[in-house]
Design a binder for this molecule. Sequence first.
Ligand SMILES: Cc1cc2nc3c(=O)[nH]c(=O)nc-3n(C[C@H](O)[C@H](O)[C@H](O)COP(=O)(O)OP(=O)(O)OC[C@H]3O[C@@H](n4cnc5c(N)ncnc54)[C@H](O)[C@@H]3O)c2cc1C
Length: 276
Amino acid sequence: MPIEVRLTDHTTDPIRTLYTAFRVCYSAFTPAQIEARIEDERITHDQMREFVEARLATGHTSPLQQVWFEFGISGVSRAFSHQFVRHHMGISFEQQSQRYVTYKDGSFPYTVPDSIRRAGKSEAFEQAIETAGRAYQELIDAGVPAEDARFLLPNATSTNFKVSVNYLELLHIADQRLCTRAQWEFRKVVSLMRAEVKRRFPELARYMQPKCGEFRLGYCDESYADWEACPIGRKRPHKTTLFELYARSQQGQLDELRDNDYQVIESEQLSESEPY
Ligand SMILES: Cc1cc2nc3c(=O)[nH]c(=O)nc-3n(C[C@H](O)[C@H](O)[C@H](O)COP(=O)(O)OP(=O)(O)OC[C@H]3O[C@@H](n4cnc5c(N)ncnc54)[C@H](O)[C@@H]3O)c2cc1C
């Protein structure tokens, strides 16, 4: 069953909501006065966007909790869903129940990971699923309630979600789950969530990056071995590089600025100065 992700609803105008939330903090105007200035277009949408983008570069993050997105997510495995529901701040889930939904004829949708296909083990995998399905049906036929028969269902079983998440948590989930250390299915789901937000709000989707992204930490905070193994690791410095730089600076070991550097600084036309 293919994974499907749809942005089903969202804060009406996230840029306006973010603008108002930030503005209230920094302005002598009341919220009503701020809204009135937006209504009569003394503040344009472009001005709001520019203001919001400047604030998004800061650590003032609570206004991001005022913007929410709703997603419909289907065709994901129970292996994924166990990980998904570990996120618990600023996110609400509704998940298809294996108590109230009884599978018919021992047949249920499931995911076969590509690694299993590549290993040539699809057939063995599918046979194991069918065996579990038959045993499940046997229990149902014997009058065992679905809530107990489901103990036989594998992690591969598909499930569906309706999720509501605020923008702050969405960025945090992207930080963790677009990182190449995250599981492939989670990376795929968050990539699809990002694509959905990008369709409607590209200016907000660009902050949905792995934590090493240029709009997020900008460096890798995982272990050095993981950084070395990461296919995009070389695009980012590892945190130890930053710490080494800091330690060298504390120990007075940074390269000295020399006379020729000051000549560069003094020269009127920087571009005409000697390259070094
Ligand atoms: C690569 C990877 C591997 C993982 N492996 C494992 C594993 O082997 N076993 C396992 O059990 N889990 C594992 N996890 C799950 C992980 O430990 C977290 O439970 C999960 O990522 C949810 O993230 P979060 O704690 O940031 O929660 P969120 O709900 O997303 O929280 C958002 C932020 O809110 C704050 N916050 C959340 N809860 C609290 C709190 N109680 N008190 C104070 N502040 C809080 C924190 O700043 C947190 O970052 C893994 C996650 C990743 C990304």
